[in-house]
Design a protein around this ligand. Structure first.
Ligand code: ADP
Ligand code: MG
Length: 256
């Protein structure tokens, strides 16, 4: 089943009397378990689209189906609930609390959910996720005592603490040097492969986008859904745009 389906999404901003049309009929599907890059030049509407996909904003018209629910017409409070339950975010600026340890940064979102989680359990969950991102030995360091790549990994751990279905990353390596970028992108690939995390990576940088298994280009307010990553080096199965792929075999395991 598709995790995401956009149907004819339009977004127009209104500046006084002036209409600024940005998205002009975007339709796309994303399957669960994909690592997808959303690419386009500056000003092409990537962040506008990511804000809609991330339930941070609503479309002017069109439908957004997320995990079987139409979420394009929810109220701001309802969108916040969807975000808390299903979505995680990392941004170019890591947005960590400066005087707070890595562990306390990571467990912070747990205090905003209405799940009743004890302090002990939240620390255990935080430690496990910090270990998952390779920072088990840095839990009590403050952000200033960590490198940029380590800070982004803390931000990633924080984004994952609520076990989201989808991780959105808007230019996540924009503040990192190329070696560190590579490490962070490899970590995304590993989480996608081993934890089956669906990741949508927003970037203007082709070198970043090539770490995805599929690239969606946004151009003139619509999606040009043609380019796939050339190397299938990550052992990832064909994606929905691969219309030449054979249909799934019946009885090959998994759900019918
Ligand atoms: P990208 O992330 O690809 O650089 P954006 O989605 O940020 O692009 O912006 C796309 C276009 O929409 C730009 O022309 C920008 O000026 C315009 N835009 C973005 N946000 C707003 C807003 N809140 N009000 C008016 N115009 C906006
Ligand atoms: Mg942007």
């Amino acid at each position: 089943m598709e995790l995401i389906e956009l149907r004819n999404i339009y977004k127009t901003y209104h500046l006084g009397e002036i209409d600024v049309p940005v998205l002009k009929g975007v339709s796309a599907k994303v399957a669960s378990g994909e690592l997808l890059a959303l690419m386009g030049v500056s000003g092409s509407g990537k962040s506008t689209l990511m804000n809609i996909l991330g339930c941070l904003d609503h479309p002017s018209s069109g439908e957004y189906w997320l995990d079987g629910q139409e979420v394009g017409h929810l109220s701001p409070n309802e969108r916040a609930l969807v975000r808390n339950h299903k979505l995680g975010f990392v941004f170019q600026n890591f947005n960590l609390l400066a005087r707070t340890s890595a562990l306390d940064n990571v467990v912070m979102p747990l205090s905003y959910t209405n799940e009743n989680i004890s302090g002990r359990e939240s620390r255990q969950r935080g430690k496990a996720i910090l270990e998952l991102v390779g920072l088990g030995d840095r839990m009590h360091h403050a952000p200033a005592q960590l490198s940029g790549g380590q800070q982004q990994r803390v931000a990633l751990a924080r984004a994952l603490i609520n076990r989201p279905a989808i991780l959105f990353a808007d230019e996540p390596t924009g503040n990192l040097d190329s070696h560190t970028s590579q490490e962070v992108l490899e970590l995304f690939q590993r989480l996608n492969r081993e934890e089956h995390l669906t990741i949508i990576l927003v970037t203007h940088d082709p070198g970043v986008a090539q770490h995805a298994q599929r690239i969606i280009h946004i151009r003139d307010g619509v999606i040009d859904d043609t380019t796939a990553a050339p190397d299938g080096a990550h052992g990832i199965s064909p994606t929905p745009q691969d219309s030449t792929a054979a249909p799934p075999r019946a009885g090959a395991g998994g759900t019918p």
